[in-house]
Ligand binder design. Structure first.
Ligand code: TYM
Length: 354
């Protein structure tokens, strides 16, 4: 029996080069070796405020980008999470064995709920600032925290359900998702201990060079769909002119020397991206541009990204809504078959009449 991979992307915001290099690119390769399931996780996307029309449109867009990138529906199952109800059902069951304390540790939740700043405030660590912004007042921070929706808190349990439902062996993701995969392992083990061997315990899979692509405007934070500035990321559907503008505006470090080092995080990120899209080693990029300065490196990086994304964009434009909807509906049927069997087993083990 082939081993299985499962992964997914939220249809919120525009897919960017970080999503592609950190996740999709690995999926395309791994689908030849593994029994593969790729999901568009719309139930996750609604944990932040969403516009319904945009959600439908983005769901199809993400699915088309999977296909345009080389995910082959003959080899892999591609489907929409909300079309397989067992995801939500298993999440409820797993809710009952998940500790609040474990969810509280999740970095993504701490970030989005402002709990990190709130804790700092309560510990008095923000006090020595001379001018407080309104956003640092205790009142504001508490309101933000208490106003955070439960869906955002429970988000990792739904992700665990996605993965465990299919007896997944490997979860190819970017580094930011590894903590969620760790929680998935914990919940899987806990369930197996309490109710008997039921779930396969999955492992996370990342690649060193691509697991964390940083923002072009801020190399201390990852490239992100939700970053406020468009100059943070290169979207997979950006035009050549936009890509060029974004790359030329990317922040660089002081000095003119081209080196690949942690002391120059902005440059390191650009070299990383260059090496991934040009399929060269970072050292080769350094040697090539050593005496040519940032401008030349950026110009040629922009061109390399444009060339890299062109075939994906061309293919994307050829896929119709009807075509993708058909693939998604077939995918949901295939996924449901596996999910139905598993959820029955889980419910039976928990004492439910099935
Ligand atoms: P999402 O939609 O935020 O991101 C999709 C994938 O892209 C990776 N990624 C990055 N990789 C490298 N550098 C970056 N700057 C970067 N930004 C994003 C993410 O790590 C991810 O692999 N919770 C997940 C979706 C999910 C899921 C799942 C994933 C739901 N259920 C089950 C795997 C298995 C998420 O929000 O990904």
């Amino acid at each position: 029996m082939k081993k299985r991979i499962f992964s997914g992307i939220q249809p919120s915001g525009n897919l960017h080069l970080g999503n592609y290099l950190g996740a999709i690119k690995n999926w395309v390769k791994l689908q030849n070796e593994y029994d593969s399931i790729f999901c568009i996780v719309d139930l996750h996307a609604i944990t932040i405020p969403q516009n319904p029309q945009e959600l439908s449109q983005k769901t199809l867009e993400v699915a088309k980008l999977y296909l345009a990138s080389g995910i082959d529906p003959e080899k892999s199952i591609v489907f929409i999470q909300s079309q397989v109800q067992e995801h939500a059902e298993l999440m409820w069951l797993l809710n009952t064995i998940t500790k609040n304390g474990d969810l509280m540790k999740m970095t993504q939740f701490k970030d989005k709920s402002k709990v990190i700043v709130l804790k700092k405030k309560l510990r008095g660590e923000l006090v020595d600032r001379k001018v407080f912004s309104r956003k640092e007042s205790l009142e504001y921070l508490l309101k933000e925290y208490l106003g955070t929706k439960t869906g955002l808190f429970n988000y990792p349990i739904l992700m665990a359900a996605d993965i465990l439902l299919y007896d997944t062996n490997l979860v190819p993701v970017g580094e930011d998702q590894l903590q969620h995969v760790e929680l998935t392992r914990k919940l899987g083990r806990k369930f197996n201990q309490e109710f008997g061997e039921t779930f396969t315990i999955p492992e996370g899979f990342t690649q060193k060079e691509s697991k964390r692509i940083m923002g072009l405007d801020d190399p201390t934070n990852k490239m992100s769909k939700s970053a406020s500035s468009d100059y943070n990321r290169i979207d997979l559907l950006d035009s050549p002119e936009t890509i060029e503008r974004k790359v030329m505006k990317a922040v660089t470090d002081s000095g003119q020397g081209i080196e690949y080092s942690d002391n120059k995080p902005a440059l390191k990120n650009l070299i990383n991206i260059f090496s991934l899209v040009a399929n060269k080693k970072p050292e080769e990029i350094v040697t090539q541009y050593e005496n040519q300065g940032y401008k030349k490196l950026k110009e040629e990086l922009a061109q390399a990204v444009v060339d890299y994304l062109r075939p994906i964009q061309e293919k994307y434009n050829q896929i119709s809504d009807e075509e993708v909807k058909k693939i998604l509906s077939d995918g949901a049927k295939r996924a449901r078959k596996i999910a139905e069997t598993k959820i029955k087993e889980v419910k039976k083990k928990m004492g439910m009449i099935v």
